[in-house]
Write a new protein. Structure first.
Length: 196
């Protein structure tokens, strides 16, 4: 999988279209989660690519929420992103705002963890520690079942993604919490460096 974008360029692009710290934090978190999953699932030579897909997955969302995953295609093409990156980024909107189906395992992971990381992040902010470091699967499951909690995070999409991957929900919750633990500190540090 080849793409012409470096991480530095990808971050510049992300910041050009995203000014809210919340969106930057989400992008950096999903980048870290994707890198973790790549390592765990045996895609060690594609870790950077998986990370770029995570970093840029919502590049158009803040400025063009009504054209999410549609506008991203031209934004990324104008930045010389490869077709593989564009397809991967936009496939997480499958059945929601585009008909680009997640094909590769990485695309199915992104489809699943995008919404789940939002739910887990919201749950972490409610904890005394404000962290996923001491979060357990059972506490995230409880939040998942409470439809009123982080109502914007689609449980249907998370379920659909887990099904695509052939994972049971416990595995998805556990891996995603571990993935978020792996990058929580670096995300916080990078946001500070970027003055967010």
């Amino acid at each position: 999988m080849k793409t012409e974008l470096t991480r530095e360029k990808a971050l510049e692009l992300l910041r050009e279209f995203n000014k809210e710290s919340f969106h930057l934090e989400h992008a950096l978190t999903v980048e870290g989660i994707m890198r973790y999953y790549a390592e765990q699932l045996g895609y060690k030579d594609e870790v950077d690519f998986w990370g770029l897909v995570g970093l840029l997955h919502d590049v158009d969302y803040e400025m063009y929420p009504d054209e999410h995953c549609v506008k991203a295609q031209s934004i990324l093409a104008d930045a010389n992103a490869g077709e593989d990156l564009i397809h991967a980024v936009c496939s997480h909107g499958y059945g929601i705002c585009v008909d680009i189906k997640p094909e590769h395992e990485m695309e199915k992971v992104l489809f699943t963890v995008d919404e789940l990381s939002g739910l887990a992040g919201a749950a972490a902010k409610m904890r005394p520690s404000k962290s996923v470091m001491d979060m357990e699967v059972k506490s995230l499951k409880k939040k998942f079942k409470d439809k009123k909690f982080a109502a914007g995070c689609s449980r249907d999409v998370i379920n659909q993604g887990a099904e695509m991957l052939g994972y049971d929900m416990n595995k998805v919750f556990e891996m995603t919490i571990d993935a978020m633990r792996s990058c929580e500190e670096s995300v916080r540090n990078e946001l500070e460096e970027l003055n967010y």
